[in-house]
Design a protein around this ligand. Structure first.
Ligand SMILES: Nc1ncnc2c1ncn2[C@@H]1O[C@H](COP(=O)(O)OP(=O)(O)O)[C@@H](O)[C@H]1O
Ligand SMILES: [Mg+2]
Length: 378
């Protein structure tokens, strides 16, 4: 309620409501305008708007609200709010009856699953009163902040990555040196054991060596995660880098019954980057694709240009099972892995390297098949 001067429109509406006299043309125009504004507003505004009456029924809803919540206007208008949330337990309903008692909400955050898409919403709600202060109903406004939320998560992820990087830098070398001498002595033992025909012990030594290699690999990935000190930046051609590693990828692919093809139709501009780091990225992502295709499949690598962002794009597509929607946000986290022997460091290393080059990595996975797109600025 405001206490300012009453506008001609307000005066007209209140007089007409009281039925004191028939409207003048000007008043009729004003009421039509107000009516049209309300309709246009609900249709066009980029906000979720719900209007609720005292019986806790939905009186009207904006198009954006329908789109975000996955409802159709005809299906929900005039229905009780509680019915609209179906089987969801009452305590989890984002809109509660207490709203009509004057409980005001500001920036109340809630998540809404619409099919496979999850919206993060921020809601305001309040009551609508008539002039004497009596409550007529309530309104709810909400905004989709999913993108803001993922931006926030990205910042947190980068912070975590930086921390892991620092720990890695401090410890990785210290671990690697003793590992090298343990490995050396173990190989010596193995030779002696072989000479003495101690087959069981030779087998154990082999297992120990395999495990040591695994630690070594892990530490290697740790080192990459920490800022590499000796970056070797040069002007290079992505197609050439790819040519150098395709044999390694094919080698890995053959073992998994996967065929590999590289498609590259337009000439690409040279980029300025570290050759070995780039190889590491392409190998890691191709390897993930191959590992995802447990029953074999196709790995396709496309080299393209995106002139709008001045980037060379490398698409690495696999015909594997895809990444479930609820995991997509996690795969770049250090140590996130779904593999029994995974380190979960591959993608975080890749992301680090590419973002250091001013590029980016995107992933698209729609139920079947996954494409990682690596953008490298030229
Ligand atoms: N092409 C892909 N298809 C399906 N899942 C993938 C793919 N690439 C990555 N992932 C998922 O991302 C996780 C993290 O990958 P990564 O960081 O390379 O670690 P790791 O390979 O050691 O598990 C994998 O465990 C897997 O669940
Ligand atoms: Mg990996």
């Amino acid at each position: 309620m405001h206490n300012g001067p009453i506008t001609p429109l307000e005066e007209a509406v209140s007089k007409l409501a009281e039925g004191r006299r028939s409207p003048t043309t000007g008043e009729r125009d004003a009421v039509t305008l107000l009516q049209r504004f309300a309709d246009t507003f609900l249709r066009d505004v980029n906000l979720g708007v719900l209007l609720i009456d005292l019986q806790f029924r939905l009186v009207d809803i904006s198009d954006t609200a329908c789109k975000l919540l996955g409802w159709s206007r005809e299906q929900v208008v005039n229905h009780r709010i509680n019915e609209l949330f179906g089987a969801m337990p009452k305590e989890h309903h984002p809109i509660k009856r207490s709203l009509l008692g004057g409980v005001v909400a500001t920036n109340y955050a809630f998540s809404w699953q619409n099919g496979t898409y999850r919206h993060e919403l921020l809601m305001d709600s309040n009551v609508v009163r008539c002039e004497d202060g009596q409550i007529l109903g309530a309104y709810v406004l909400f905004k989709d902040v999913t993108n803001l939320k993922s931006l926030e998560e990205q910042v947190q992820r980068n912070d975590r990555l930086a921390m892991v990087g620092q720990i890695a830098a401090g410890t990785a070398h210290e671990i690697r040196n003793p590992l090298t001498s343990i490995k050396g002595f173990l190989q010596m033992f193995k030779r002696t054991l072989t000479e003495r025909g101690m087959n069981k012990e030779v087998e154990f030594a082999d297992i120990m060596l395999t495990e040591l290699n695994r630690i070594n690999e892990l530490v290697g990935e740790f080192l990459l995660l920490s800022k590499p000190k000796d970056l070797n930046i040069e002007q290079l051609r992505i197609e050439q880098v790819m040519e150098e590693i395709v044999p390694i990828i094919r080698n890995e692919a053959v073992m998994h019954n996967v065929d590999v093809r590289v498609v590259h139709t337009v000439p690409l501009p040279p980029v300025v980057a570290d050759r070995e780091m780039l190889k590491q990225v392409f190998l890691n992502i191709a390897k993930n694709g191959i590992e995802a295709m447990v029953d074999g499949g196709h790995l396709s690598i496309y080299l393209k240009i995106d002139e709008s962002c001045k980037c060379v794009l490398v698409d690495i597509h696999d015909s594997g099972p895809g990444i479930p929607g609820f995991l997509v946000d996690k795969i770049f986290d250090p140590f996130f892995t779904t593999k029994p022997n995974g380190t979960g460091l591959g993608l975080s290393v890749c992301q680090r390297i590419i973002s250091d080059m001013g590029g980016g990595i995107r992933v698209a996975s729609k139920g079947y098949g996954t494409t990682f797109t690596i953008a490298i600025p030229y």
